[in-house]
Design a protein around this ligand. Structure first.
Ligand code: PEP
Length: 247
């Protein structure tokens, strides 16, 4: 049975002042009924992890390098994420695939490095609007999934996020049927590749303009185990309402 997970991706947002939102969340959700994850920018990971302590909310990074250390200016490694208190890493977000030209091979190597170091990899997949319009959604998602997820994963070390690129930050959301179709497909592919025990234990998140007003409907879809939330994770009230809908 996959774990329910509400994950927040702060992207390139947040400074010291933003941590006040976390205090609000901790006060409102001292014991959330689902796993909660916040991935702040790397500059805040240590501070956020320290602030949260050993409580029920996990922290993670938005990327990690495939190598353990070395001459890679500006990058951070999986061990550095762990050292800063993080337990998860988001890999292959569409903004990284686009802005940094990350291929499936790169995402796979980064995910393997994250899992190898003891982190949980949140691997993102999703089609562009042109690909959906061309009827290529399942082909694209299937190819990304096969190419980006490393072999050595378990239900405890892998999370997959389905994030249609055209729904991220746009306020547009696929229909419930479209979300269900892709999530069922991802589940089937994971079961085919890793077997039923592991495949059914991987949490499948939907991401793309999730907000308090649509969260409950999305979470009611079979094979949706939670959400990867961008904009709405920045405000404790909005993210809290999404946690409420999931728990
Ligand atoms: C994201 O960045 O992963 C995301 C889903 O963003 P938003 O919720 O703002 O669409």
């Amino acid at each position: 049975m996959a774990q329910k997970l509400a994950a927040g991706n702060w992207k390139m947002n947040g400074t010291e002042a933003s941590l006040a939102e976390i205090d609000k969340m901790l006060a409102a959700y001292p014991e959330p009924g689902c796993k909660v994850l916040i991935c702040p920018p790397a500059t805040l990971l240590d501070r956020l992890s320290t602030r949260i302590g050993d409580g029920p909310i996990a922290t993670g990074a938005q990327d990690c390098h495939m190598k353990a250390s070395g001459a890679h200016t500006g990058d951070i490694s999986a061990d550095m994420i762990k050292d800063a208190g993080g337990t998860y890493a988001i890999l292959g977000h569409s903004e990284r695939r686009t802005d940094h030209g990350e291929s499936d091979e790169v995402v796979k190597a980064k995910s393997a490095a994250a899992v190898g170091a003891g982190l949980i990899a949140v691997v993102c997949v999703g089609e562009t609007e042109a690909q959906r319009d061309a009827g290529q959604t399942l082909d694209v998602v299937g190819t990304q999934l096969a190419g980006s997820v490393p072999d050595d994963v378990t239900g405890e070390t892998l999370v997959v996020a389905y994030e249609p690129v055209w729904a991220i930050g746009t306020g547009r959301v696929p229909t419930i049927e479209q979300i269900a179709e892709v999530h069922d497909f991802i589940r089937e592919k994971l079961v085919d590749r890793f077997g039923a025990e592991t495949g059914n234990a991987v949490s499948l998140l939907y991401g793309g303009s999730v907000k308090p007003s649509n969260a409950a409907e999305i979470f009611a879809v079979a094979n949706v185990d939670g959400a990867l939330v961008g904009g709405a994770s920045l405000k404790a009230d909005d993210f809290g309402a999404i946690i409420d809908a999931l728990q």
